[in-house]
Design a protein. Structure first.
Length: 122
């Protein structure tokens, strides 16, 4: 658990960007990163990615709310970053009562849990 305002979001974005550069040399490892956060932080993550990554370098998609059913596995695999909420992940699990949702079948390159200390509330 880190303190507020120490640049962890920017560090995570830098890690993802650097990882993407490394993945370009190995096309067999081109899987996306998933960021799981509180719903109120989803647009903040998207904004920070837009502000801090080189223009067009990272393609981020939100997988939450209205977009929950519109993103297919194929579309997700074309992205660099998927931003979703803890509730979206648990809802997908509860709907199938197993881990058969495609979000559980993707071999994510990075899994970033923002505000993970709040997971116990779910």
């Amino acid at each position: 658990m880190g303190d507020m305002g120490l640049g962890k979001t920017i560090q995570a974005i830098a890690l993802i960007g650097t990882s993407k550069e490394l993945l370009i040399t190995n096309p067999h490892c081109s899987t996306p990163t998933i960021i799981i956060c509180l719903p109120c932080l989803i647009t903040n993550w998207q904004s920070e990615i837009s502000k801090n990554a080189q223009a067009g370098a990272l393609q981020a998609k939100i997988y939450h709310g209205a977009t929950f059913h519109s993103l297919s596995k194929a579309k997700i695999l074309k992205c660099d970053i998927i931003i979703t909420s803890y509730n979206t992940i648990t809802q997908g699990f509860k709907q199938t009562h197993t881990s058969t949702s495609f979000t559980f079948k993707i071999n994510w390159y990075h899994i970033i849990l923002d505000e993970a200390q709040r997971v116990s509330d779910l």
